[in-house]
Design a protein around this ligand. Sequence first.
Ligand code: NAD
Length: 266
Amino acid sequence: MTSLSALPGPPALSLDLGGRTALVTGAAGGIGRACALRLAAAGAEVRAVDRDVAGLDELAERARDLAGTVEPHVLDLTDLDAAELAAAGTDVLVNNAGLQLVRPIEEFPPDVFHTVLTVMLEAPFRLIRGALPHMYGQGWGRIVNVSSVHGLRASAFKSAYVSAKHGLEGLSKTTALEGAPHGVTSNCVNPAYVRTPLVERQIADQARAHGIPEERVPAEVLLKDSAVKRLIEPEEVAEAVVYLCSPQASFVTGTSLVLDGGWTAH
Ligand SMILES: NC(=O)c1ccc[n+]([C@@H]2O[C@H](COP(=O)([O-])OP(=O)(O)OC[C@H]3O[C@@H](n4cnc5c(N)ncnc54)[C@H](O)[C@@H]3O)[C@@H](O)[C@H]2O)c1
């Protein structure tokens, strides 16, 4: 089987977000947790949004000794009005929450399609809508949308996810155009497969949809199109998110920072 072991992490970017507030959705696990911890390590006051209460408690515990703070905010993002309200007053918004279902279109439950689009596209729109007035008022804001290679490329059996991520790319670019005169940047980060629960949970579905045993899924599905044959770590994605919040990235807007091990080079 192809090795999924990670390389040692690179040194972190030096960034001071003291005095800034940041909202991260899907902060209870995976990439969102890494982003929340990284932003708090840079000094930010992080509003950690998720529906997973136990995961948020664990995150708050882990964040205790960091320069900034992490404040858990329990919320199901299908409550769109509450999502928009939660984003008011934040300086940095990381739209990260997501879910996945791997099924052929003819077997894909319409209600799941609707939920995926609600959480991964409509909620980001409402969160951005809630965050922009404060950002515009102070002439500074950073919006980072955790997209995916699947915002740029399709894979079979992921109709809802690919649709949501392609939509998020469009939302991010539109936000960049409207936000530029107000000092607000909006970008996507686009990882290939990351070592998170979302990926672990889809191995069985991928095996079934592709008609292969589970142990062949990493090499033959997950890493098939990546030139670098390993999963990326959540902390590496968080580092890209922090870069997009840095002064060095103030001219970077409306773009997609692709972390795909060469997948889209094909
Ligand atoms: N893991 C990957 O390989 C990968 C690759 C590219 C992009 N991404 C994207 O990264 C983001 C995070 O994914 P992850 O891999 O860390 O997944 P994850 O499953 O580890 O974490 C997702 C988090 O979102 C939360 N969430 C889901 N639905 C929610 C809802 N209705 N309300 C509130 N919270 C909700 C979950 O509770 C969970 O904590 C997603 O947008 C995903 O599409 C992941």
